[in-house]
Each structure stands twice: as structure tokens, then as C-alpha cells.
Write a new protein. Sequence first.
Length: 246
Amino acid sequence: MNIIVYPTRNYIEERQLKDKVAVVIDVLRATSTIITALYNGCKEVIPADEIEEAVRLAKNYEKNTFILGGERNAEKIEGFHLSNSPCEYSRDQVENKTVLITTTNGTRAIKRAAYAKEVLLASFINITAICDYLEALGQDIAIVCAGTEGRFSADDVLAAGALIYGLHKKNIPIELDDLGLTAKFMYEHSMDDLHGVLSQTTHYSLLKDMGLQRDLDDCLRLDTAPIVPIYSDGIVRAWYNIVDMR
Ligand code: MLT
């Protein structure tokens, strides 16, 4: 299994991605939020690049059948129902609803990954489910770290490392590029203290300073939402709950 890791979505090349399975990671916080919404029973999630696009899409839905969510500068967008905090996407808020979401980096990374033959969404909260799914698929992988404003974000690379570490533990023969090797090394040396390692990084510090410690705790917990979200034809849906199938 060949694995390449993109530090941000800007590195995606259609040519490289089209014969691979893409795994998009935005730990803080877009993929953590979308996975949480799907785990809590929302019908589907539609990622949008722009605020206007999300608002326009919402016009296709009856009142009370959709949630408009997302952020700009990590804050709730005016007029939207929810921000980009995983804890807001509780079952009573999202069950059976369509979530239309736009974020600064994560939703754009998901849409850009659509060149791949299959697109999955990952974060620490579903890392083992994604490893199990990738093991069953047995295909080459491109891990797309969303990054922050076009720059490398350590939280995403650590989760990429967790994914590679999980596949390695399954004794799957893996070929890694340099960022993949670095990510695995980083994760192996920080898995017991993710908060400590990330505490001085840019995005973690920003969210902490905004009083969003609960988001940080929720996003850095392992395997609390064991589902496999698949993005296809503009929509993210939960494929299945691996734990229930065991
Ligand atoms: C993003 O997509 O840029 C992030 O999820 C930002 C955030 O809300 O923390």
C-alpha cells in the first residue's frame, strides 16, 4: 500500500489523486464536526466552499429539515444555526437533518479531494474505523491534511500519523513518503500527550484562547465516533458503523 501525505489541500494534484483513495483530515475542527454530526444521526452533510453557496443550497430545503453550520475566523457565521464546534452537533440538533456546512479550510479540502476515486473523512474520533476500512479496501492512499489558511497544521499531521500507525500495527506492508514517515514518527512520540504536544501550535492556541477547550478535548479523543464518512457527488454520508458490524 502506497501512502502519500499532502501537508495542505493546495498540494493536491489531480493526476496523482485520481487512482487513489483520499482521506481528508481537518482535526481542528471541520472533519471532527462533520463526523460527529453523522455519528449523531444527521441524514447527510453538504460541504460548501463559500457562505453564499451554503445559503443558496439551503433554499432547496424545508424549514426544520436542515442545519446551516460553519465558521469564518473560527466564529459562527451570522444568521447560521450552528458554528463549527463538534459539541453543537448533538443528536437533538441534527438527527435526520441535512447539514450544510462551510469552513475556512476543511470543507474546501473535502471538495478539492473529489478527484480521488473515493474520498473518506477522518479525524482522531474515527481513526480506527478508517484504518479498518482502508485495510479492507487495500488500495493506495492520499492523506489530505486540510491545514490552516494554506499552511501546514500539526494537528492534521498528527492524525495522519495515527492513521499510518494504525495501518502499520495491522502488519500491512506500507510505502511512505517523507511526510508520512514524519507523521508516523510524530504520532509515535506524542500519542500519550496529544494536548501537550499541540498546546503551542497555532490553531490549538487560537481555539484555546477563544475558550473552546471543550472542542479541543472532543477533537483529540480517539474513536468516539466509529463511522466511515464517504464524500461522493457533493454529499458526505456515513457508510456504516464498523463497531455495530463486529
Ligand atoms: C477550518 O475548516 O478552517 C477549521 O475547521 C477552522 C475551525 O473552525 O477551527
